[in-house]
Design a protein around this ligand. Structure first.
Ligand code: PTJ
Length: 245
């Protein structure tokens, strides 16, 4: 990563790719995570590799949801852990949320590797190790969550989430925030707050919004949440991609 010149026109993309490769080498990221990264990178290119105005609004609405939640949980998979470990720890601190490891391809080895990686980046508590509860209507491995974590959370941030699980969480009645660069993918389509942006930009920006809103009243947070229009956000992202082409 240190060898990539910061003034390279595609710096972020190169850094992101490198972090995913390191994640695979360290047993944090699944090989499928490389394919996911490739897809994400293509969409980011089409979106102009920047946080759009509507994505910024979504990130602010996401911060408002997390701040006004009773029990917010941030979900971590192998790509999230490789790309933004310290940034997720900071967001969790800013909104007083728990971090929970939640894997599509769950193995004890990857859970352990991700837990150590998060602790190296400042996490003091990590959920998802017990996995003593199940999300209804999902196959066994993918349904595993903590009873005291995602299972009982009211607001969940699920970045780069699989479509089936995003739907199943929505069906449990949770407020769902999804970060995904593909606005047509099922997860952002079912989310209460679809954030169509690269996770490396989205998470620090959510933290900045959360800090700016730290002293906001419940009514102010509620107004931000009400103002956000999920359909408009998805349409804006799609039209940007189509017009860019
Ligand atoms: O670590 P695991 O076992 O939980 O597996 C994680 C992956 C991501 C491999 C798994 O959930 C998966 O296969 O996901 P999908 O179905 O490939 O979906 C990933 C979505 O994230 C795609 O729509 C990508 O466009 C999007 N994406 C990839 N990289 C980024 C991204 N969105 C935002 N920022 C990124 N950097």
């Amino acid at each position: 990563e240190d060898e990539i010149p910061p003034d390279h026109p595609r710096y972020t993309d190169l850094v992101t790719r490198h972090r995913i490769e390191r994640g695979v080498e360290k047993g944090i990221t699944h090989l499928q995570g490389m394919h996911a990264e490739g897809r994400g990178s293509a969409f980011d290119y089409l979106l102009g590799e920047e946080t759009t105005e509507t994505a910024d609004e979504a990130e602010r609405a996401a911060a408002a949801h997390l701040l006004s939640a009773d029990q917010p949980v941030l979900s971590i998979n192998g790509n999230v852990a490789a790309l933004v470990p310290g940034e997720m720890v900071e967001l969790a601190a800013a909104v007083d949320a728990d971090l929970e490891i939640n894997l599509f391809n769950r193995t004890p080895e990857r859970i352990g590797a991700i837990e150590s990686h998060l602790r190296e980046h400042g996490a003091t508590a990590v959920k998802g190790l017990e996995a003593d509860a199940r999300i209804p209507n999902l196959d066994h491995e993918r349904s595993k969550v903590d009873a005291e974590g995602i299972y009982s959370a009211d607001v969940v941030l699920v970045p780069l989430e699989d479509g089936d699980r995003a739907e199943a969480l929505e069906a449990m009645g949770k407020t769902e925030i999804v970060i995904d660069l593909n606005p047509l993918s099922r997860s952002p389509q079912v989310a209460d707050v679809p954030v169509v942006d690269n996770i490396v930009r989205a998470v620090p920006n959510m933290t900045a919004h959360a800090r700016a809103l730290q002293d906001a009243s419940e009514a102010e947070l509620e107004a931000i949440i009400e103002d956000f229009d999920r359909e408009r956000a998805l349409e804006a992202a799609e039209s940007r991609i189509r017009n860019g082409l």
